[in-house]
Ligand binder design. Structure first.
Ligand SMILES: *Cc1c(COP(=O)(O)O)cnc(C)c1O
Length: 371
């Protein structure tokens, strides 16, 4: 720092060439990692009972860290690095329900800074294992609501940076393009018979994915609608319905990755065209049925969106409309063998998926999702 003796001019110069070199290297490492990555597949889901409506799923489970949070973590790191928030040898700290922390641990190790995830006890064991596998540390709190304050405090005490996905997700991603999830989906739809989907169905954890897709749709002048499917115990659905960002809920969502007890700052309600509340039992039944149709397991957030997509497709068929619907595979099912795929866990949660499976079986044979 230098201050000038010349009267009237005060010069505070914090330019630090060494830190700038470190920063340039860190950014280069993250960008090179992106260059080595390839795009994710857009799968077509065969549903012969609906000859006029095509379903596609953007498979985000194939990223190196296994979920759509890989994109978010990359964006958050680049945004934080270029904003001057991440410093060498200081930890990056995050409040997370798991998937973001897995991806952030990966990027923290890539640039050589420590990583601490603040999570509610009860996060799936497989996610904890993955965070530690990527070199991160887990800090558990008893209530999911405590994660934000504890993460901020740990950052203050350590001189580290609280990444705060729930605030920055919607702005860290370049919604105009740059191979974001929306640009990739619409590119991949280009040769299909209905290239502009009638609806894209997303789910919301931070709200970042739905904000990016909704903004991109408007930016490119498309007529596509953006629907968000929301699980039980989430503040997003009532908050959106009643236009009230202050809504909170009593208990934590059982669908990992989505459904929050407060309307997160990154949830851009005004960009969302439609919301569908999906019972947890319906979402879990839907991932079981997905495995029968495409031979793959997925997390229950995927099932939440899938149930809503089926609801919309059934409505389109009933009204004699043709077109396409795009949903997302958010993360793989092998993270949840002891949860959504476990009869014991379902019984302990008093979740009965049988009636929803019956309705889905009807849907697969008739194209009608009975009410
Ligand atoms: C985060 C997450 C979502 C929702 O994505 P956002 O962009 O945060 O709204 C859906 N599914 C899973 C598994 C997630 O981890």
């Amino acid at each position: 720092m230098t201050t000038s003796a010349e009267p009237g001019t005060v010069d505070i110069n914090r330019y630090d060439p060494e830190r700038r070199r470190w920063l340039a290297e860190a950014v280069a490492k993250v960008r090179a990692d992106a260059r080595r990555s390839s795009d994710t597949h857009l799968l077509r889901v065969p549903l012969p009972a609906l000859p006029g409506v095509d379903l596609y799923l953007k498979d985000e489970s194939t990223h190196p860290t296994g979920s759509l949070k890989h994109r978010l973590a990359r964006s958050l790191f680049l945004h934080a690095l270029c904003s001057g928030w991440v410093r060498p040898d200081r930890p990056v700290i995050e409040a997370s329900s798991g998937s973001t922390a897995v991806s952030e641990a990966y990027f923290a190790r890539l640039i050589g800074v420590p990583f601490i995830a603040v999570m509610a006890r009860g996060t799936s064991r497989e996610k904890v294992r993955l965070i530690e596998f990527h070199g991160g540390t887990c800090h558990f709190v008893d209530s999911a609501n405590a994660v934000y304050d504890v993460a901020a405090r740990l950052a203050r005490e350590s001189g580290g940076h609280y990444m705060d996905q729930f605030t920055y997700a919607e702005r860290a991603t370049d919604w105009r393009g740059n191979n974001n999830i929306a640009e990739s989906i619409f590119d991949q739809m280009d040769q299909e018979r209905f290239p502009d989907p009638a609806w894209v169905v997303a789910t919301a954890g931070t709200g970042g994915t739905s904000a990016t897709i909704a903004r991109y749709i408007r930016y490119t002048g498309r007529a596509t609608g953006l629907c968000v499917a929301d699980p039980d115990n989430s503040a997003f659905f009532p908050g959106w319905r009643d236009d009230d960002a202050q809504v909170t809920t009593e208990i934590c969502s059982r669908i990992e990755g989505i459904g929050r007890q407060r309307v997160e700052p990154s949830f851009v309600a005004s960009a969302i065209d439609r919301m569908i509340h999906v019972p947890d039992a319906a979402a879990i039944a839907a991932v079981h049925v997905l495995e029968e149709v495409i031979g793959r397991k997925a997390g229950a957030s995927t099932g939440t969106g899938l149930w809503a997509a089926f609801h919309i497709m059934s409505e389109m068929a009933r009204e004699g409309r043709e077109g396409s619907v795009v949903g997302l595979i958010c993360d793989p099912g092998d993270r949840y063998i002891d949860k959504y795929y476990s009869p014991e866990w379902l019984a302990a949660q008093h979740i009965d998926i049988a009636p929803y499976r019956a309705r889905l079986r009807d849907f697969l044979t008739t194209g009608e999702l009975p009410a």
